[in-house]
Design a protein around this ligand. Structure first.
Ligand code: AHR
Length: 495
């Protein structure tokens, strides 16, 4: 029999707290991400609360969405907030030039979004329009949201149905300013950002954290320039998507993919791990006081669009591969929890690596949803180092990754948590668990796996990929278990 992989949790060496915002979401005015997927309007036959569909909202409540980013993405830099307030019938239809050239009806605007956030009980992360808006427009939006006194904008908000100011937690200034947000150089953006941040004012006690738009992949110069030149910011964003082929023209299919695209996709988080280490080196040099966080506010798989759909809607199916990919991202974010204080999967519903898919009145929870649900105990947990020995390499073609990835933490309720993935789709792996070199008595938790790499939940078979209860008991003072091929396992340990 193969030698077991040894996993030893260093419970006496607590690391940083894993911000629950690492499990954040992103919802953009894109395809059926908002309209249809979440917003059906008050006249819909689909049960809804003030226009937001109840099935989807309830599913999202169950994964305790900690923070929600809106209205984009690229869309944020063409969004003018005044289009989305006041009587619905009078709101101007516009063209969504970023996504499919369809009509944006503006039925979902500030009041509707803030209502969704309240229904979900989530923090809000609003991305303001630096690309095609003005400083005045941004300043007035923030005032409209947060003004307490008897100002014209507060009166207007009240006339539109909201008396008390809202709490705005995070305020992004531009998105992907190196690309769809204005094709800027980092130094030009840094100057713009400083001007805009100066006028992003809100009453004391309700000032959002200001977020600067950073780079993507290994673009260290954005992190370098922003952290050297800007003071008025809480975080720099970073984006990276997982494309099986690394080729934007032909990214790879979401289902029925070859094993070579299973491994190439699952190799991305390892790359992110390396990039984050480099970003942290820069930040540690330019910001030793650790004032600036990294918000990884767009991540996830990006495949070729589902055949027959509008390519501008970024519709893709979601399989077991996506659940393993999500868990690997969580492990990376946990490992860098000292600086990574937020991450937002792209995107919440019906777009890219969605946690929920809808088709008219039907809804399905994706394997990625289950990965989020299984990791709920990691929100605000204290990370713990893990020592792994004897991990086999899983290799195919030009990719090789460790077959086992692990992340441990002490939950906010004191429980000892361990999250594991087996990236090898062909081989179960024996494991032996210890805490501080001592044996573990028992482990209980949930296992997510399936018969095939591309197993998925469809509207007509919604439960093909769902977590199953898992239990293991120590024998002769040692806890051994088998981590099935292509799986995610989250355990609570009894030391
Ligand atoms: O998530 C889809 C798009 O990807 C976002 O709008 C943009 O920021 C990124 O390029």
């Amino acid at each position: 029999a193969a030698e077991p992989v040894k996993i030893d949790i260093q419970a006496d060496k607590p690391g940083p707290v894993i911000a629950r915002q690492i499990y954040g979401q992103f919802a953009e005015h894109l395809g059926a991400g908002i309209y249809e997927g979440l917003w059906v309007g008050t006249d819909s036959k689909i049960p809804n609360v003030r226009g937001w569909r109840s099935d989807v909202v309830n599913a999202l409540k169950a994964i305790k969405v900690p923070v929600l980013r809106w209205p984009g993405g690229c869309f944020a830099d063409e969004y003018h907030w005044r289009d989305g307030i006041g009587p619905q019938a009078q709101r101007p239809p516009r063209v969504n030039t970023s996504w499919g050239g369809v009509i944006e009806p503006n039925s979902v605007g500030t009041h509707e979004f803030m209502d969704l956030a309240e229904q979900l009980g989530t923090e809000v992360y609003i991305n303001a329009n630096l690309g095609s808006g003005t400083v005045q427009e941004m300043a007035q939006w923030l005032e409209y949201l947060t003004a307490e006194g008897d100002t014209a904008l507060a009166r207007e908000r009240r006339a539109n149905g909201r008396d008390k100011p809202w709490k705005v937690h995070y305020w992004g200034i531009g998105n992907e300013s190196w690309g769809c947000g204005g094709n800027m150089k980092p130094s030009y953006y840094a100057d713009q950002y400083k001007q805009w941040a100066t006028f992003a004012k809100a009453p004391r006690g309700n000032r959002p954290k200001l977020v600067a738009s950073g780079g993507q992949e290994l673009e260290l110069h954005w992190t370098e320039t922003l952290s050297a030149e800007v003071k008025q910011m809480s975080a720099i964003t970073h984006h990276q998507y997982s494309l099986p082929t690394r080729d934007w023209k032909k990214k790879g299919a979401a289902t029925a993919f070859p094993e070579s695209e299973w491994i190439s996709t699952l190799a991305v988080p390892q790359t992110i791990d390396g990039y984050l280490a480099k970003h942290r080196e820069i930040l540690d040099r330019n910001d030793p006081a650790k004032k600036f966080a990294i918000y990884f506010d767009e991540w996830g798989s990006w495949y070729d669009p589902e055949p027959g759909t509008d390519p501008g809607f970024l519709v893709q199916r979601n399989t077991l591969r996506d659940a393993v990919l999500a868990a690997l991202h969580f492990h990376v974010f946990h490992r860098h929890a000292e600086r990574v204080k937020m991450a937002n999967i792209a995107q919440m519903v019906n777009v890219l690596q969605a946690v929920v898919l809808t088709d008219k009145e039907r809804m399905v929870l994706t394997p990625t949803y289950h990965a989020f649900a299984m990791h709920l105990p990691f929100m605000d947990a204290t990370s713990l180092p893990v020592q792994l020995s004897g991990v086999p390499t899983y290799a195919l073609g030009k990719y090789s990754i460790p077959a086992v990835s692990a992340s441990a933490a002490k939950g906010a309720d004191g429980k000892l948590l361990l999250s594991l993935t087996n990236t090898n789709p062909n081989q179960d792996l024996p494991l032996q668990l210890a805490v501080g070199g001592k044996g573990v008595r028992a482990a209980t938790g949930q296992l997510l796996t399936a018969a095939t790499m591309d197993a998925e939940n469809r509207f007509e078979s919604p439960d093909r990929v769902r977590p199953q209860p898992f239990k293991a008991q120590a024998k002769d003072g040692a806890l051994s278990l088998t981590l099935p091929a292509k799986s995610v396992l989250v355990l609570e340990l009894q030391p």
